[in-house]
Design a protein around this ligand. Structure first.
Ligand code: ATP
Ligand code: MN
Length: 465
């Protein structure tokens, strides 16, 4: 039998039952005849207090172990679960025996009791999951990853595994990492250009920047689908919102329009936020106290309030009225900068806002053209602190309109023949969006830097562990 976790022990009524706690020592305090050892195992935010009473019977072994333990040591402690006299905890362990399982010499162990900076912890990413902050981030990530599946599965969406290596580049979604088995050194010496016909796949290929185009093919067969997998972009930008490797969730619905897409995105975000508030209450309370002021209140109000919706054109009008507040002057046709997105969410909407109907020039080729022939049925969901968290659209389902757009952008029709087949055979209106999972976790936890919401961040110049 696997041993009980502290989260399970904490849920038990304290009725003097014998138990063994296994985990890592957080703190040790002494008070007269008592020694308090706080042990945590990462299964929940809090640990369990194990109280040793010197007036009771205990052997030399226990005394030796107690004097040897320090933060980070792994231990096994046996005792009885009893009601705790201390505030803030139901139960504690009236401990009888302790065994040290693994040492963590206090003069060497990098994680001491004091508060460490997030920058320092990034350098010891292999140990940072043992801190309150990163333990909480990991639990929220885990719970919300599962919630993604719960949400879609309960609404008839099928989970599709789109390829990670691909030769299609989802046009413009982001710069691709190349995948090759060509001998680059030999090639450099030869001075000849690479012959991709001789490469592993027989043509130039890379890591996926989005599973959308492939997901569309399944939506036009299974009606409602979603992907949830790793996504790669060779983003050469050093921001707190971009990673080179991140996880993306991409639902796609057949017989659906932009309106349905907006409803789905809003329901989805609200479902995820309320799941975290309910099932990660202690973790969120910690973020609220130490990371982002009033986080819980904000999340609660986002769940309870309808999202503001506005067209790109109206958004730009709002921005132009406040042109003096920006470094980049806003004008109709401009790509919204993060300062613009910040202004719209924090000053105009005071919460999430869904911006729709962007100029076609700044959006991808597959988005459905509006009757004005200037704007497309795109939608971005923007949130305070982060800006864009979701990007999506209704897709162009009309064959000639899509062909015209591909030609106009100087792209090769041949490369998209399989994608165009969806419009040749049984075409239907359809829509979908992409949510960056790490941006969601940033939003829910209040963590400022995206590098701190994924176990091992990959970004320019950063690939350790
Ligand atoms: P941004 O403008 O913020 O760079 P984007 O418009 O390039 O994002 P999309 O192609 O619309 O992003 O991708 C869908 C979603 O994936 C975004 O809304 C965002 O949540 C997430 N995302 C995009 N790029 C990254 C990245 N480099 N790291 C983490 N998440 C990302
Ligand atoms: Mn986008």
């Amino acid at each position: 039998m696997i041993h009980p976790l502290i989260r399970e022990i904490r849920a038990l009524p304290p009725e003097s039952q014998e138990l063994t706690v296994r985990g890592w020592v957080r703190t040790k305090r002494e008070l007269k005849n008592l020694v308090f050892v706080e042990v945590s195992d990462g299964s929940c935010f809090g640990g369990i207090q194990c109280t040793f009473d010197r007036t009771g019977r205990w052997g030399e072994e226990t005394e030796k172990a107690l004097s040897a333990i320090s933060t980070g040591v792994s231990v096994e402690i046996t005792g009885k679960l009893v009601p705790s006299p201390a505030a803030g905890q139901e139960a504690e362990l009236a401990a009888a025996a302790i065994t040290i399982i693994g040492d963590a010499p206090a003069d060497q162990y990098p994680l001491q009791k004091k508060r460490h900076s997030l920058e320092f912890l990034r350098e010891i990413a292999h140990l940072r999951a043992r801190t309150n902050t990163f333990g909480a981030v990991a639990r929220v990530r885990s719970r919300l990853a599962f919630a993604v599946h719960e949400f879609f599965q309960s609404r008839g969406f099928q989970y599709i595994h789109t390829p990670i290596i691909t030769a299609s580049d989802a046009e413009g979604a982001g710069a691709m990492f190349q995948v090759t088995t060509l001998d680059l050194e030999a090639l450099a010496k030869s001075g000849k250009p690479p012959d991709y016909g001789k490469d592993f796949f027989g043509k130039r290929s890379g890591l996926t920047v989005s599973g959308q185009l492939e997901a569309e093919t399944y939506a036009l067969a299974l009606s409602r689908v979603y992907t949830f997998g790793p996504t790669f972009r060779a983003e050469n930008s050093n921001t707190t919102r971009h990673l080179a490797e991140f996880w993306m969730i991409e639902p796609e619905m057949a017989f659906a329009r932009l309106e349905d897409n907006m409803v789905l995105a809003e329901d989805f975000l609200k479902f995820l936020l309320s799941t975290a508030l309910r099932d990660n209450a202690e973790d969120i309370a910690f973020f609220n106290a130490h990371i982002e002021k009033d986080l819980s209140g904000v999340l609660r109000s986002v769940v309870d309030t309808p999202f503001v919706r506005m067209t790109y054109t109206d958004a730009v009008t709002e921005l132009e009225k406040n042109a003096q507040s920006f470094e980049f002057r806003p004008y109709w046709g401009c790509d919204l900068q993060s300062e613009h997105e910040k202004f719209l969410t924090e000053n105009v909407a005071q919460g999430p806002v869904i911006v729709t109907d962007y100029p076609r020039e700044i959006k991808a080729f597959y988005m459905k053209m509006n009757d004005d022939r200037k704007t497309v049925r795109a939608m971005d969901v923007l949130v305070p602190r982060l800006g864009e968290i979701i990007g999506g659209s209704e897709r162009e389902e009309n064959l000639s309109a899509l062909e015209e757009r591909i030609r106009a952008l100087g792209m090769n029709l041949e490369d998209y023949s399989w994608y165009l087949d969806l419009r040749r055979y049984g075409s239907a209106p359809h829509a979908g969006f992409g949510l960056g999972f790490e941006r969601l976790i940033q939003y829910v936890t209040g963590m400022a830097n995206i590098r701190d919401v994924i176990p091992y961040p990959r970004a320019v110049g950063q690939v350790n562990f």
